[in-house]
Ligand binder design. Structure first.
Ligand code: FDA
Length: 310
């Protein structure tokens, strides 16, 4: 089944398949397991439900590979609007936002990086006004330097801006060392893109890297955000919490919406801060395909739904 990972990640980048899948009503019920919905109201309703269950939330307005300045500006506007809505609904203390810089123009030719930085600044201003935080997602390895540079610029004015680091990249242990200083919010995940072996570990070496990165982050002075569904990674983090005598408000666990929901609630009930990453919006295709590529059971579930709903 690991053989399917590459074709699925290639499919995640296919415009033709994107159009076909997005139009198919058959796929919708399966998609709904992983995506909160397409509107701001859907995002707020899901957030309120999760917060009611004792969970925290990070909202991602889905979009990537933005191809125009107007599209980037529209995404920034959507983020500002949802942040204001979270504040009005009294949810901002428990819900922040996650932003893919490619959705706000990072890959646009010429001034892309500048456009993304300016858009991210506006989102951070809206988050500050709402009383919450922003975390910048990490995309494929060609964007890592640019994303970390933008995060560094943002942190000069908004020191609470978080970054994502991917344990599958060989560089990441070093990045964890550089970014484990006071107040540094680092979301550590395994990594979800198809990367060349020149830059990325594969197989069990990814887990070994994840453990090394966890050790660096928990020994540091920052705020580690343990983003994994893997029971072994969660156990490793819990033993580091005990070893470093970390207070419950000095780290958190994070999982994706729809994945291991019972375990999410169990971790919260045990006194941990548990944040759920909630994707919302029309452009769910790339996100959804990466979730299929991660787990054979998701693909089987998806194919079964196509077979039974005809
Ligand atoms: P792993 O894939 O080894 O899974 C371990 C176990 O978890 C599985 O055996 C299964 O039980 C369960 N599981 C995992 N994935 C599942 C799925 N899709 N469906 C059902 N069960 C599943 N990546 C990235 O490159 N950039 C980013 O910015 C982010 N951001 C991000 C935020 C948050 C909050 C999370 C939790 C994850 C990300 N990711 C990400 C995705 C991440 O890189 C990774 O692809 C997934 O989390 C899967 O890796 P695990 O650590 O869960 O382990």
């Amino acid at each position: 089944m690991a053989l399917l990972r590459e074709p699925l990640l290639a499919a995640a980048r296919s415009d033709r398949l994107r159009r076909l899948t997005e139009r198919s009503a058959l796929t919708r019920p399966v998609v709904n397991r992983f995506i909160a919905g397409s509107s701001e109201d859907d995002a707020l309703r899901t957030t309120a439900e999760l917060v009611g269950d004792g969970l925290s939330v990070t909202l991602d307005f889905l979009g990537e590979d933005t191809t125009s300045v107007e599209q980037a500006a529209e995404t920034v506007r959507a983020y500002r609007s949802v942040l204001a809505a979270l504040a009005s609904a009294g949810l901002a203390a428990s819900a922040e936002v996650s932003v893919k810089l490619s959705a706000i123009g990072q890959a646009l030719p010429g001034d892309g990086e500048k456009i993304a930085l300016e858009g991210a600044r506006q989102i951070c201003q809206a988050a500050a006004a709402a009383g919450t935080t922003v975390t910048c997602d990490m995309e494929d390895h060609t964007t890592t330097d640019s994303t970390l540079a933008i995060v560094a610029e943002l942190r000069a004015d908004f020191p609470w801006v978080g970054a994502v680091l991917q344990a599958y990249l060989k560089r990441t242990e070093g990045d964890c060392r550089d970014l484990s200083g006071p107040g540094s919010r680092i979301r550590l995940c395994k990594g979800a893109y198809a990367e060349p072996e020149s830059v990325a570990f594969t197989g069990t070496a990814v887990d070994e890297s994840y453990r090394r990165c966890l050790r660096v982050l928990f020994a540091g002075q920052g705020y580690p955000m343990v983003a994994s569904h893997d029971p072994n990674m969660i156990a490793a983090a819990r033993s580091l919490v005990a070893q470093h005598d970390r207070a419950p408000d000095s780290y958190e666990f994070q999982m994706l919406y729809g994945i291991r929901p019972t375990e999410q609630r169990a971790l919260a009930a045990a006194g941990n801060r548990m944040r759920v990453y909630v994707p919302d919006g029309e452009e769910w295709y790339g996100y959804f395909m990466r979730r299929l590529a991660e787990r054979p059971a998701n693909l089987a579930f998806f194919l079964r739904s196509l077979a039974t709903k005809k």
